[in-house]
Ligand binder design. Structure first.
Ligand code: GRF
Length: 183
């Protein structure tokens, strides 16, 4: 399967998806809503096609039309969001229905949205983690395809917990994506 990856920032999950490519999927394009995203230069250096456009410059509708065209021109059949920090419109999601996955740093359905680690610590939870899920019109609300759990330790900060969860994200995402594509 030809995979497109959408990022907004450093792209460490994108790197783990590229490293995990194989018989289940190949990464054909990395796209970003932030032209300055560090992950874009990494993709370029590794010979992967890239696309970048800021919705602030052209408006959301034009941005999404150009994004969709670039993904299709690159041959992408499925999309993986990897630290993509912008809501996709209902129309965009409908065009890629059942073909977009995301990784979210919480044990969904807990803590949709932002600041997941601080919220898990504040709630006194004993465990945190990450979830790979299908993308639907509802934010972080699609079917969960796989999860990994880590303990929350005494003295954890949002930063220390985020680092522990991120290490699991890097293991979970390529594995669950490949399993789901081979289903
Ligand atoms: C990850 O924790 C991801 O779960 C969240 O944002 C972070 C992105 O990190 N949505 P990276 O860009 O993949 O390094």
């Amino acid at each position: 399967v030809k995979l497109g990856i959408l990022i907004s920032g450093r792209g460490s999950n994108m790197q783990s998806l590229v490293a995990g490519a194989g018989s289940a999927y190949e990464v054909v394009v990395v796209a970003s809503d932030r032209p300055s995203a560090p992950g874009l230069s990494w993709a370029l250096e590794h010979g992967i096609a890239t696309f970048a456009l800021s919705p602030k410059d052209v408006g959301k509708a034009t941005y999404e039309a150009a994004l969709d065209a670039a993904l299709r021109a690159a041959g992408a059949e499925y999309l993986a969001l990897a630290g993509y920090m912008r809501l996709l419109s209902d129309e965009f999601v409908a065009r890629w229905r059942e073909r977009i996955v995301n990784i979210h740093p919480s044990l969904l359905p807990k803590y949709k949205g932002l600041d997941t680690h601080a919220r898990a610590i504040a709630a006194g939870d004993e465990a945190a983690g990450c979830s790979v899920h299908l993308v639907t019109e509802e934010l972080d609300g699609g079917e969960v395809l796989g999860q990994a759990e880590v303990p929350i330790l005494a003295g954890d900060t949002a930063e220390s917990l985020a680092a522990r969860v991120l290490a699991e994200e890097h293991r979970l995402y390529p594995r669950v994506l490949a399993e789901w594509l081979n289903r």
